[in-house]
Design a protein around this ligand. Structure first.
Ligand SMILES: [Zn+2]
Length: 214
């Protein structure tokens, strides 16, 4: 988990990604300006510790099998999904039935599910999640890798919440496009940077015209 941050420096029309800012631009060889103007920015990590306070009542996505996005995740492997309650316990469904994990979700993509102003829902969340999870639909023998899996469980729970709120349910594709893909895209960009920087010191990407300031 203790990877050095990825930094981004802009120079001579390129974004230079690195773990440590170099004294000279690796693209043009000129010294990088010192001070705030040329200061490298930290690329925010798209990953969250799923059991921590800030990640409550969320949908979590974890690299299935690899357990870690930055080590061994190839970008195509399956994701495993779960939902957190308000104590950092992750509920998820697989061929063994429902799990309530207190560890194991330390590196996740985390997607908020409720607005902070939904007080009533916040209070009932744990009860709703627990009651939903003991349903017959989530017994181990009902599991099917393609048709009745972790994703089916999470989406069905989200839809039960939407129904409680008097809102319209979401189809799988609607949910994937609106909620999941924007987050996984950001994560896969970060994984690419991480992989490039495991092999070399710099990763240089030419910038489009309008971002080209130096
Ligand atoms: Zn340069």
């Amino acid at each position: 988990m203790a990877e050095a941050a990825i930094l981004r420096v802009v120079h001579c029309g390129s974004a230079i990604f690195c773990r440590r800012a170099p004294p000279r631009c690796p693209a043009c060889g000129r010294p990088l300006p010192s001070g705030l103007r040329g200061a490298p920015l930290r690329v925010p990590t798209p990953f969250r510790h799923g059991h921590e306070r800030g990640q409550r009542r969320r949908l979590l996505l974890r690299a299935a099998g690899a357990r870690d996005f930055l080590r061994g995740y190839d970008g195509n492997s399956d994701l495993h999904v779960g939902i957190t309650n308000s104590n950092g316990v992750v509920y998820h469904y697989d061929e063994e039935g429902i799990h309530r994990d207190e560890t194991g979700w330390e590196q996740c993509i985390s997607i908020p599910l409720v607005q902070p102003d939904m007080f009533e829902l916040l209070e009932q969340w744990d009860k709703l999640l627990e009651e939903f999870s003991v349903g017959e639909a989530w017994l181990p023998h009902r599991y099917d890798e393609d048709a009745h899996n972790c994703y089916t469980y999470a989406l069905a729970f989200i839809n039960s919440i939407l129904t409680t709120l008097g809102k319209q349910q979401m189809s799988k594709s609607e949910f994937t496009e609106k909620f999941v893909i924007p987050h996984t895209k950001r994560a896969s960009k970060y994984i690419t940077l991480h992989q490039e920087l495991s092999a070399k010191e710099f990763y240089i990407v030419p910038l489009p015209e309008q971002e080209n300031q130096c």
